[in-house]
Design a protein. Structure first.
Length: 153
């Protein structure tokens, strides 16, 4: 199962129990390892996110989530040797950007943060949304996972 490990403080909208629910929900998704896997997560300010987005994507503006794969662009094996943790990569989240987006969409900030965590994890599993078909598939999985984690929202 996935373990989300924060560098620095985790946002209040992503308490440990919720992270475990997200990890359990991601367990059955194709491309997500069935054995132990670690995803590093860091919450940053909009300015820090803008710098990362400019440096790594050539877009000089903040964004909500960035993913950095350990195997850039590759999908991951579905199993690892017993007892080994596989490093899948890192996610960078911008909670203040997510909060603004949540307000714009009239949803709870916690729901948006879960959505970003799931979205970034799907990217680390090799999914993308460059084409309409890819977008429909990825966003469909994303929303099913978010609904299963936060069914009351």
């Amino acid at each position: 199962m996935i373990t989300y490990r924060f560098t620095g403080a985790a946002p209040r909208t992503l308490p440990p129990a919720l992270l475990k629910r997200v990890a359990r929900a991601m367990h059955g998704v194709r491309g997500i390892p069935r054995a132990s896997a670690v995803i590093g997560v860091r919450a940053v300010t909009p300015r820090q996110m803008q710098t990362l987005n400019r440096t790594f994507r050539g877009k000089d503006r903040p964004t909500d989530v960035l993913s950095f794969s350990e195997k850039d662009g590759a999908t991951f094996p579905l199993s690892t040797p017993r007892g080994e943790e596989r490093e899948l990569g890192d996610l960078v989240l911008c909670p203040s950007y997510a909060t603004k987006e949540a307000r714009r969409r009239a949803i709870a900030p916690q729901e948006e943060m879960v959505r970003l965590l799931v979205h970034g994890t799907l990217h680390l599993a090799g999914m993308d949304h460059r084409t309409e078909a890819e977008e429909m598939k990825m966003f469909g999985i994303q929303e099913r996972v978010v609904s299963s984690v936060l069914p009351a929202m």
